[in-house]
Design a protein around this ligand. Sequence first.
Ligand code: UDP
Length: 450
Amino acid sequence: MEKKQEKKRIVLVPVPAQGHVTPFMQLGKALSLKGFLITVAQGQFNRISPSPDFPGFQFVTIPESLPESELKRLGPIEFALKHNKTNEASFKDCIAQLLLQQGNDIACIIYDESMYSCEAAAREFKIPCVIFTTTSATNHASRCVLSKLNAERFFSDIEDPEVQDKVVENLYPLRYKHLRPSGLGPLEPHLEMRREIVNKRTASAFIINTSNCLESLSLSWLQQELKIPVYPLGPLHITASAPSSLLKQDRSCIEWLNKQKPRSVIYISMGSMAHMETKEVVETAWGLSDSNQPFLWVTGSGSITCPDWIETFPEELRKTVSERGYIVKWAPQIEVLAHPAVGGFWSHCGWNSTLESIAEGVPMICRPFHGEQLLNAMYIESVWSVGIQLEGEVERVTVERAVKRLIVDEEGACMRDRARLLKDKVKASVRNGGSSYNALDELVKYLETD
Ligand code: UDP
């Protein structure tokens, strides 16, 4: 009789933030559907709890991980540096415990690139490890270029407009000015993190939540540059639904959307980290009201700096906001974007939001805040031509104009047509025989090989 093959276990190590946890859980779900056992190793906050959505998943805690107050105190980059130092020994203990408990070995540790301290445990216990990049391939390529440059010298030279505007070789339309990690504090911690990531790296493959039809040039560049297999298997939210919202989603907005005309609503969300200043909120509210379009606005876990923002509006504005708008703390975003009433998405251009909007063929108003969001916005506007950027200071007239361009004007209709075509390509890539579908199959073969 043929011996039943033992299932292999994969340990997933996400960064504790919504935009990272979600794609990790989707990857876990996709791999579990392919027959792997999944363990999710998490810190003390932004944790996913066991639920029927994740049958058979094991959740373990890395005991000495940093608390959330440290993230608030240090900001994301300094936090990541400190988190990795604190985590290293604790993660090793965690893996040692797992190896003792499990009847089966750990086939692979898949970790977020910013959780590079995982490599120490992988090395010690001789477990293969793979990096999962939850951002775009282009962003990953730009980080690689940054690591290769003598970055400190480069950044003192970059004030020269000729250098700034030079295209990075083989990565058009990426220019040198795009490599600067803007809006996320001083440069040195970024460079220190890049050094740590690159010097410690032993990972034998990369997984990227993107599709070949979106970023073929950056993917070819990465394949050549990294010299290890790269698996572009996204958008994962289409392949494997994995409800992993860290905040409760307010579904009442779906009932409100049901009452709106097709493609009339502008949906506004800045994701889980970006913050809008009070002045920007007020100008946005005026602009939305003046546009005469209905709007659904997510105020987020802290995306608006003033918590009682609506109370601060003048009486007239409060009235139009409540007549035309619907406001929630957190929405079921994928469902909202799929709703026929939604005509446009005003977004901070986080990578997950970008993929979710593309997958529903919804054109975008881009208002990036920092880091990779700026690259995503550039791609949305200039490469895929499915959105417009709102640059400079936000004023009510520019908001009104942008909403009308997207929802009412012919220009918006053309963008919507292109967005639909892009949606079709992206969906085809995850279907049987498509590039992302094949990449997932190849990854599975790779993980199954001893
Ligand atoms: N999201 C959500 N409800 C909201 C706003 C956002 O469920 O009201 C989800 C969204 O679907 C996406 C994630 O939060 O999967 C945000 O990730 P993204 O990479 O876009 O931005 P980040 O929060 O990392 O800046």
